[in-house]
Design a binder for this molecule. Structure first.
Ligand code: ATP
Ligand code: MG
Length: 473
């Protein structure tokens, strides 16, 4: 019995109202699941045998202001917002599906019919809000047992459930990744059989679930499931193509998919930034296209960071991910992901550190976090060695940053300064001089000061046959 968890006045009011009208009402789905899991939530779904809109209106009236009621006539639902809670009322319904669409034909139905159309047993439990058995758990499909066994299972036949609404395949894996559950064997086989039907679902909805998987504590596990179920290749073939190992002359390269997953898992321990997780997912995406075998050194992936970063915009577009600064951030991290490793392997020069600071800007810390996650050697002493070197790189970064303030740095002489000095219109020479000044400062040839930079500008101009306008020098 859960009556002690139903203290919110809305629940009491519903009990009173159903008593008066003779309807039945239940709190169902995710809220019940999360209550039992001890994850309190403020998203509540109420199913009413009868009109959900009518009941919601009655409750809103009783509660009075400032409670906000929004009615969606077309969907037959109403949403009541009250001090952070979002309570959705809907009439019990039954659904029938057609082959070509995941949108069912919806008709009024009984409470039992409504419960049976739900995706998983753990999401198909309800708690009664009726006076005669207020707080009673109604578990028609063994959801409680499945919660205890930590298993995702469909209430009705799995093949039909997934074929009717293929988005449920993504949801199954999403819940497994969020809750660290397994998917029932039979159910997983059904997902494999129905994987190609994910194509009838809009990419936006698929990616909504995909990003929930990416953000979940067990994102790596979810991604492995997406691949082995055959879903990944349907909507994200570039990532699927990372899997596999080639062997030539007895030499194998590492499996880039499983390496990527390990990097993502390492990163998940240190960051819940969705886009940094995306950078981890895509950091080696250029590897399949740059793979070559060299009889002397074995497998190489030369330039995979460039090729990979060039692939990012197309992948984001195809998956309807934002094409704004989030995409640019991922692209930048993919491009730079080898730089701290290269730094840590050589003598760390000031100029190499300056360059990295200049190119990474404010994302330098995220880049370092990504690179540390990228160390996946099975040899512990090698991992330790790398992490030690990274600490040195971090120290050096902090030291140079303190000294030169190069984060988000702009060179002290602008294009306008150059045009003004040499009396030029915009032309190639302006760019040449500007680049020369920037490089000289990054390389430590001249200090990062306006005075020195102006002097250097005049010398560079002279090399190009240019004279300062008022020929002071
Ligand atoms: P969360 O809110 O954490 O995403 P949830 O289980 O509450 O999890 P919602 O999308 O809010 O998920 O859906 C609420 C309930 O509606 C679910 O618990 C489930 O009973 C049902 N449901 C949602 N989507 C589907 C679907 N595609 N097929 C069948 N039932 C679904
Ligand atoms: Mg919910």
């Amino acid at each position: 019995m859960f009556e002690n968890n139903l203290k919110h006045p809305v629940f009491q009011l519903i009990a009173k109202a159903t008593d008066e009208t003779g309807q039945s009402a239940f709190v169902v789905g995710g809220w019940v699941r999360d209550l039992i899991l001890g994850r309190a939530s403020k998203d509540i779904d109420i199913v009413v045998e009868g009109s959900g809109i009518e009941l919601a209106g009655k409750i809103a009236l009783e509660l009075g202001q400032p409670h906000k009621l929004v009615v969606y006539k077309n969907f037959g639902t109403a949403m009541l917002k009250a001090s952070g809670w979002e309570i959705e009322f809907v009439g019990a319904r039954k659904e029938s599906y057609r082959n070509e669409s995941r949108k069912p034909i919806v008709e009024d139905g009984s409470f039992e019919e409504d419960i049976s159309r739900r995706d998983f047993t753990i999401n198909a439990m309800a708690i009664s809000l009726n006076n005669k058995n207020f707080g009673k758990l109604i578990d028609l499909y063994g959801g409680m047992a499945d919660l205890e066994k930590k298993v995702i299972r469909t209430p009705l036949e799995a093949d039909i459930t997934y074929s009717d609404d293929p988005l449920r395949m993504m949801r199954a894996i999403r819940f497994a990744a969020q809750l660290n559950f397994t998917i029932d064997c039979e159910s997983f086989e059904a997902i494999k059989r129905n994987a190609s039907r994910i194509r009838i679902v809009s990419i936006e909805r698929v990616m909504d679930e995909f990003n929930k998987i990416m953000l979940s504590p067990h994102a790596g596990k979810g991604l492995k499931m997406l691949r082995s179920a055959g879903l990944l290749r349907e909507f994200f073939p570039e990532l699927d193509a990372m899997q596999g190992v080639d062997v030539v002359d007895g030499k194998a390269h590492k499996d880039n998919f499983f390496h990527t997953i390990q990097v993502l898992e390492n990163l998940c321990k240190n960051s819940d930034n969705l886009w940094l997780r995306w950078a981890a997912l895509l950091h080696d995406i250029g590897k399949p296209r740059t793979k070559q075998f060299d009889s002397k050194i074995g497998w190489t992936f030369h330039g995979h960071e460039f090729v990979g970063s060039k692939m990012v915009p197309r992948i984001f577009k195809q998956l309807r991910l934002p094409l704004d600064d989030k995409m640019k951030y991922v692209q930048k991290l993919v491009l730079l992901h080898l730089r701290p490793i290269v730094l840590s392997e050589t003598v760390v020069t000031d100029s190499a550190v300056r360059r990295l600071l200049f190119e990474a800007g404010d994302d330098i810390d995220d880049l370092m976090t990504l690179c540390e996650a990228d160390i996946t050697s099975a040899r512990q002493e090698k991992v330790k060695q790398y992490l030690r070197n990274f600490r040195l790189v971090r120290e050096k970064l902090a030291e140079i940053e303190e000294k030169d303030k190069l984060r988000n740095w702009q060179p002290p002489v602008s294009g306008e300064d150059i045009m003004e000095t040499f009396d030029l219109n915009p032309c190639r020479e302006v760019g040449v001089i500007k680049t020369a000044i920037r490089e000289a400062i990054l390389d430590g040839i001249i200090p990062n000061s306006r005075e020195e930079a102006l002097q250097f500008m005049i010398e560079e101009g002279k090399k190009l046959g240019l004279q300062p306008k008022n020929n002071a020098n």
